[in-house]
Design a binder for this molecule. Structure first.
Ligand code: NAD
Length: 530
């Protein structure tokens, strides 16, 4: 069911960022081959869209079984190609996507079921309206490298359940994980009764291959990556009016009030800032703590960081792995230098790990940070936790919202009402109270950003809605008489139209019912003129 395109114009070599060892080689797929893949996908769609939700669900659940049977092997591959710890590959990629697969396999039929809509006066005239949802066609998925398994796979599952076919262009840093996704679907297909090909295709390559996929005019682009690339894709997609969902960067704030459970908040800050070496779009990138507890919270955080072991991700007692690329580690170095130069203090870390050879940057805690520092505004995407202070609730909200991004945020307090009050004022797509980072792992709720963090949503019913087109089915249940607004017009017609205009807008069922005799007179007029 999946196909890796055969023609190699160039090769991409994937390396383990922790060891430098080669993980695999893949073709740099040419623009012509990408176009051919989209054409195949479009023709596969003609059959796939006719399958029932039950058949699609069986296929997805079979793919889920394949993943379960290969869990450790897949986790080792994710770890090898991305540098993240083996444990995180399971807890943050495999576990959530298994949940997502089950959720959409079980619930898509209900979530995309026809919706009956109340239509006011028209209903009184014997009409009814419902909305049915049609798949779009070919969905092109262009993900980043930081969650190379769960993000493209999750989006593919939703697209397939909605009746679309899929072409995935994995990140050039993690192509082997991309191919694994293709293999999983292929294996799943061989164990179902469905005999359909090209439902899921993987085209490997770098940004040029991604651009070719956009150029090939799929019916939707699901893009995850940087704001800069998002803008390029938006411009290219505009040529064909291709609609896109953009899941972009973040600079997510964590607000800790003095009444919070500081022990818990410290643990959350460490996990939120340093898991996946800080390379999560929803990583804690800015911590704002109420001034009177800043010292104690920072001390707790630093103590916890001291306990962490950094190393090659496939070892089970490693908490912090390698970063994914030299380019990314250089951004971290630049930002830490910016903090230093601007007068912030490095409490721990602040350098590449001198004891390790791969791309390891030490988990770094920085105090005396403030929003006027460049590194507090640009996305770092690395293991840094800058801490700034605030005194009032209003100041905390203002500081948190002082960003071009708005992906996620968290608020820490024992006062639940305050937590929710503050959460509602944060400009972000997802805000946690006394929790951090993991809401992308909740398949049932919409995921996406405010401001430059994105457009559109994935996950939840809102995410499914991005993958279908609604169709309004309107039925005249009586269909015996002409409509009052048909031609020819007459003075009586004008009286009717005036009355309709007034009563339509009245919102009152009684006033609307009073319109019926005039409508009857007008219809009689039309019938007798025939
Ligand atoms: P990137 O923008 O460099 O690349 C993302 C993908 O786009 C890659 O597959 C790349 O090959 C492809 N690409 C590059 N140029 C292209 C072009 N002109 N046309 C089409 N495709 C092109 O991003 P990255 O460095 O891989 O990822 C890091 C970024 O992703 C961070 O900003 C992070 O916050 C963001 N991210 C966001 C979310 C979210 O859900 N909001 C999740 C994960 C990562």
């Amino acid at each position: 069911m999946s196909a890796v395109l055969p023609i190699r114009t160039e090769e991409i070599i994937s390396y383990n960022p922790a060891t430098g060892a080669e993980v695999g080689r893949v073709p740099q797929t040419s623009a012509d081959d990408v176009k051919a893949a989209v054409t195949r996908s479009r023709s596969a769609f003609q059959n796939w869209k006719k399958t029932s939700f039950k058949e699609r669900a069986a296929y997805i659940m079979q793919a889920r079984e394949v993943i379960l049977s290969q869990m450790d092997e897949i986790a080792h591959l994710i770890s090898a190609e991305s540098g993240k710890p083996f444990g995180e590959a399971i807890s943050m990629e495999i576990a959530p996507v298994l949940d997502l697969m089950q959720y959409f396999a079980r619930n898509t039929e209900k979530l995309l079921g026809p919706t009956k809509i109340g239509i006011g006066l028209y209903a009184l005239l014997g009409r009814s309206s419902k909305i049915v949802y049609h798949p779009l066609g070919v969905v092109g998925i262009i993900p980043a490298w930081n969650y190379p398994f769960s993000i493209p796979l999750g989006e593919a599952v939703m697209a397939l359940m909605a009746g679309n076919t899929v072409v995935i262009k994995p990140s050039e840093l993690t192509p082997m994980v991309g191919l694994k996704i293709g293999e999983i679907f292929e294996k799943a297909q061989s164990t179902t009764n469905l005999r359909l090909s090209n439902i899921v295709q993987i085209v490997t390559g770098d940004g040029q291959t991604g651009a070719a996929l956009v150029e090939a005019a799929p019916d939707k682009i699901m893009f995850t990556g940087s704001v800069a690339t998002g803008k390029k894709i938006a411009a290219a997609a505009a040529k064909n009016l291709t609609s896109c969902v953009f899941e972009l960067g973040g600079k997510d704030p964590m607000i800790v009030f003095a009444d919070a459970n500081l022990e818990l908040a410290a643990g959350a800050a460490v996990w939120g800032a340093f898991c996946n070496s800080g390379q999560s779009c929803s990583s804690v990138e800015r911590l704002y703590v109420q001034e009177n507890v800043a010292e104690v919270l920072t001390r707790k955080i630093v103590e916890k960081v001291r306990e962490l072991t950094q190393g090659v991700g496939d070892s089970e007692d490693i908490s912090i792995g390698a970063m994914s690329s030299e380019r990314q580690i250089k951004i971290v170095e630049d930002h830490v230098e910016d903090f230093r130069a601007a007068g912030a203090k490095i409490e721990i870390g602040g350098r590449r790990n001198p004891d390790l050879e791969g791309l390891f940057y030490e988990p770094t805690v920085i105090t005396n940070a403030s929003n006027d520092m460049r590194a507090m505004q640009e996305e770092t995407f690395g293991p840094t936790l800058p801490v700034a202070t605030f005194t009032t609730e209003e100041e905390a909200i203002r500081l948190a919202n002082d960003s071009e991004f708005g992906l996620t945020a968290s608020v820490w307090t024992r006062d639940r009402a305050k937590g929710e009050r503050v959460a509602r004022q944060i400009e972000a797509g997802s805000v946690c109270v006394n929790e951090v980072l993991y809401t992308h792992g909740i398949a049932q709720t919409p995921w996406g950003g405010f401001k430059n963090s994105g457009r559109g949503r994935t996950h939840g019913r809102e995410g499914l809605m991005e993958l279908v087109q609604p169709q309004h089915i309107h039925i005249n249940l009586l269909a015996l008489l002409p409509d009052a607004w048909w031609m020819p017009y007459s003075p009586n017609a004008i009286i009717t139209f005036r009355a309709m205009a007034r009563k339509f807008a009245s919102g009152s069922i009684i006033k609307t019912t009073m319109l019926l005799p005039q409508l009857a007179r007008r219809i009689k007029e039309l019938v007798t003129k025939r």
